[in-house]
Write a protein that binds this ligand. Sequence first.
Ligand SMILES: C[S@@+](CC[C@H](N)C(=O)[O-])C[C@H]1O[C@@H](n2cnc3c(N)ncnc32)[C@H](O)[C@@H]1O
Length: 270
Amino acid sequence: MEQSSRTSATDLRPDVPHPARMYDYYLGGKDNFPADREAAERALAANPEFRSTARANRGFLQRAVRFVTGQGIDQFLDIGTGIPTVGNTHEIAQQVDPQARVVYVDNDPIVLTHARALMAGMGLGRTDVLQADLRGPAGILSAAEVKGLLDLDRPVALVLAAVLHFLPDETEPYKIVETLVDALAPGSYLILSHGTADFIPPEVRDRVTGVYSKATAPLVGRSREEVRRFFDGLELLEPGVVTVPLWRPEEEPAEGADRVSMYGAVARKL
Ligand SMILES: C[S@@+](CC[C@H](N)C(=O)[O-])C[C@H]1O[C@@H](n2cnc3c(N)ncnc32)[C@H](O)[C@@H]1O
């Protein structure tokens, strides 16, 4: 695996499973180490649907980005970006609006290494990447990368896809989302997806959380109501908080789509 000069092996910690690299493995990517693959295999042994859930989450993200771009949104703040894969936020948005601008934020150095390589290859100046932690929302909002590319006085789509379940309650995830949303102009959108244990037996949940407890971030599933609370004060758009394949599907949802372990929704700031 190549490393940029800005990322050391110490930062990467190949010996410790990282959620971004485990997710890359679920999606069939190659940007992961043996420790990530072993942890991901243990999670898959507990819940073989992790793979299809990851794919369904990507489908939701892409439909939601396409939707908000169609509503005139041309700037995105995508926090918890993940290792670049097929159909990244800027690619989907720029298919609809070639002028769309995206700032990617992630706390995992490997994500930044790959994202920077991808952006350099494109060289369009309409995407930027920032290594920062969602637990410090004020720092993200004031970062040069965000201020340089996005005009927060105009509507933005804030993307928090499959990231908030890495923030336990003691990190105050609701307050973090509120801080970010408060900084956005009226007419902005929140695109959010979140893992849940609503549809799996407690012993499966415990095995999966056991795997992530040894990774760099724990996994905290939340109920539909707990996920809905992230949208307090916003106009939740139809169909509300649903399992990700059921959010405005473009084809007939597969059997069991209503029991996929990830909720998603899109809301608008009035
Ligand atoms: C499951 S991936 C989701 C990737 C992409 N958003 C998607 O939905 O396909 C979660 C990402 O969130 C990142 N992440 C986890 N905790 C974070 C934190 N506290 N701050 C910033 N990024 C975080 C991980 O490094 C990983 O890249």
